[in-house]
Design a protein. Structure first.
Length: 323
């Protein structure tokens, strides 16, 4: 957009631009903005004129962005965020009056153990702040933070570029879970039986291998991963209703045991806990609403107690040795 034309552009058009990018559908964008569909269609026509590009083209699923649209969305989102930052920053920020939407990338582990308490807190302290949840893997999530498509990412801790803020917020032990009447598991299995069983594996990337497989490989074993899923709830359901077994975070194992029909054991080998970190883009960390939301996420993640598992009696565990 040329600088000379900026004074002729209603900044609300940029909000419509972002809604169209997010929804990929004129009707849903109108619903998101609480305006009529003709209003959004008219705004799209004005955006096309201002940017000199079609921006969005019709497709069987709604609308799809043009190459030019994909090039400028990051700048549009950053401009909107800076405007929000200017409005919300400073000591006058009041979460009770803030109307905002935050996009969080996380596994459904967050949904199960952090979200209920967080939402109860927000209902009182920030009743007009809404959350939108996505489930990207780490690399995709960092790219989405860069592009302004996410505000926060909860994922396993890993090295990240300096432009990202990173804070460890929780960690969890691992447990081995089976249905209580599993035909082959009557006590904690040795490593040979563990590797011989059919496993269901959680992975946001859809990978069949994880740090469990890396540890097994160092000891000369390989397990069969019969199912890989992006949903921890699916893991629990399959363990409860099939002969599949799973290695899961201790808090999830505790929940599975409490809901009945599942038994948890320690793993038959040593494996390190995986720390979970909160990531954010440092460009926006001075924004009052972003600071409030980040602090709330940190506080509620850190407040979740570790799992006290009623482990069944086990055997001594093996320690993986580097080969």
């Amino acid at each position: 957009m040329a600088i000379m034309s900026l004074k002729h552009v209603d900044l609300n058009l940029l909000i419509t631009f972002e809604a169209l990018w997010h929804e990929r559908n004129v009707t849903r964008a109108a619903r998101r903005l609480n305006v009529s569909q003709p209003t959004v269609s008219n705004a799209l026509a004005r955006l096309r004129s201002a940017f000199g590009d079609q921006l969005f083209m019709r497709s069987p699923r709604g609308i799809e962005p043009t190459e030019r649209c994909a090039e400028i969305i990051k700048d549009v989102r950053e401009a909107l965020r800076h405007i929000e930052q200017a409005l919300d920053s400073g000591p006058a920020f009041d979460p009770r009056l803030c109307r905002r939407e935050f996009r969080i990338g996380s596994a459904d582990y967050f949904d199960l153990f952090i979200l209920p308490g967080l939402m109860a807190h927000m209902a009182v302290e920030a009743p007009q702040i809404d959350l939108r949840l996505r489930s990207p893997d780490l690399d995709e999530g960092l790219d989405m933070l860069d592009a302004g498509e996410l505000d926060f990412l909860l994922h396993k801790e890993a090295p990240a570029a300096k432009r990202f803020g990173v804070r460890t917020v929780m960690q969890d032990l691992h447990a081995f879970t089976v249905r209580s009447d599993h035909p082959r598991v009557r006590a904690m299995p040795d490593i040979g039986l563990f590797a011989d069983l059919a496993h269901v594996n959680f992975s946001q990337r859809g990978d069949s291998e994880s740090h469990v497989d890396e540890t097994l490989a160092r000891m000369g074993y390989r397990r069969r991963v019969a199912v890989t899923t992006q949903h921890m709830g699916t893991v629990a359901h399959l363990v409860r209703t099939t002969d599949l077994v799973a290695t899961v975070p201790g808090r999830l194992a505790r929940k599975m045991v409490d809901e009945g029909g599942i038994t948890a054991y320690p793993l038959p080998f040593e494996i390190a806990c995986v720390p979970i970190a909160l990531y954010w883009n440092r460009r926006f960390e001075l924004d009052g609403a972003t600071r409030w939301m980040r602090d709330a996420l940190v506080r509620f993640c850190q407040s979740v107690p570790p799992a006290a598992l009623p482990f069944q009696q086990g055997r001594p565990r093996e320690v993986a040795a580097a080969r």
